[in-house]
Ligand binder design. Structure first.
Ligand code: GYE
Length: 333
């Protein structure tokens, strides 16, 4: 009798497990039947892999993407990769598994994406690159690249300096704070700047190192630059945040930023623009982080199977101190 009871209890348990499994598999079926991440409500699901939270630019970019997704009615799955490529690859693989409708990401570095992009393509999930690009030879691995022309930004920074120093009779010593090693904006801004300053042989980059696009990195590397080089005339920082970090090192070394050392940066986020208006920075090449609305438009188009341009460039300008003073009150980020 006792045995029988045990038996029937275990049968009941088995029946419960079986029905749970059944319901589970019906739910899973329902999901794939409605086509990828598109649920019955017809919403597009986007999996987005963000670089990190390394700078003011990045914070503004993340806000723009989140706000634009909710305005566009797109369901956003968001992952912060903390500046690590392996985290981005993991996030993209998760999105593929979850069968999202569109994957968008800002690749921390340019190289090493072919395998994971191929996986997305095989799963028929369109990929949009935003902000930074990849160096994959196979351009069919992604639908489009939305972002700035970083070479142009470096060039504009260099051209301004060439103009400022056109009457210099002796060497002008430049130090450079590079962005994250291997990142498109670091490679390209360095290239554009070098091309522009080649116009005047007096202009020489005497030291160039990465500060990883962060304030802490900018401060630390600038301290080393100042220790190793008694005569620094110009700092070119690949973003505002590294320039802002460097300000502390320059002041601590007893020099006046913007006067003893001319400072040029890229981005034009609020803190950078304030430093420029205050005369601590001298020139900024703008790089807009407000990519969200265009990204959501593109996501809708590629999801609908429309062809989109392979490259969409962001419109940008440059700022002197006077222009920063004028622009600051209306600056959104
Ligand atoms: O300039 C920098 C950020 O990829 C354009 O990344 C972006 C760059 C931006 O960390 O501040």
């Amino acid at each position: 009798m006792r045995k029988m009871r045990t038996h029937s209890a275990s049968w009941r348990a088995a029946a419960v497990v079986a029905s749970v499994l059944l319901v589970g598999s019906i739910a899973a079926c329902g999901n794939s039947d409605t086509g990828g991440g598109t649920k019955d409500d017809g919403k597009i699901t986007m999996g987005f892999s963000q670089v990190g939270a390394e700078s003011g630019w990045r914070t503004a970019n993340t806000t723009s993407i989140k706000d634009a997704a909710s305005t566009a009615g797109i369901e956003l799955k968001f992952d912060d990769a903390q500046q690590k490529q392996e985290n981005q690859i993991k996030a993209i693989r998760n999105y593929i598994q979850q069968k999202v409708d569109v994957i968008a990401f800002s690749p921390v570095v340019e190289s090493g994406w072919d395998t994971v992009l191929k996986e997305a393509k095989d799963a028929k999930i369109p990929v949009i690159l935003t902000d930074r690009s990849v160096d994959s030879a196979d351009k069919t691995l992604y639908k489009t690249f939305l972002g700035s022309d970083f070479v142009k930004e470096g060039k504009l920074a260099g051209e301004w300096l060439v103009e400022q120093k056109k009457t210099a009779s002796g060497p002008v010593n430049i130090v450079e704070l590079q962005g994250t090693t291997g990142a498109a904006p670091a490679n390209d801004r360095k290239k554009g700047f070098a091309e522009a300053i080649a116009a005047n042989p007096n202009l020489k980059v005497i030291a160039s190192q990465t500060g990883d696009f962060t304030r802490a990195g900018g401060k630390q590397v600038m301290e080393q630059f100042l220790k190793a080089n008694p005569k620094i005339d110009v700092l070119f920082a690949h973003n505002d945040d590294m320039g802002l970090g460097a300000l502390e090192a320059i002041t601590a070394a007893g020099k006046v930023p913007g006067k003893d050392i001319t400072i040029i940066t890229v981005d034009a986020v609020k803190d950078g623009m304030q430093a420029l208006a205050d005369g601590k920075f001298n020139f900024i090449a703008e790089c807009s982080p407000l990519l969200g609305p265009q990204l959501m438009d593109l996501a809708k188009k590629v999801h609908a199977g429309e062809t989109v341009p392979a490259r969409i460039e962001t419109e940008e300008t440059t700022f002197t101190s006077e222009q920063a003073k004028e622009a600051l009150p209306n600056r959104k980020y």
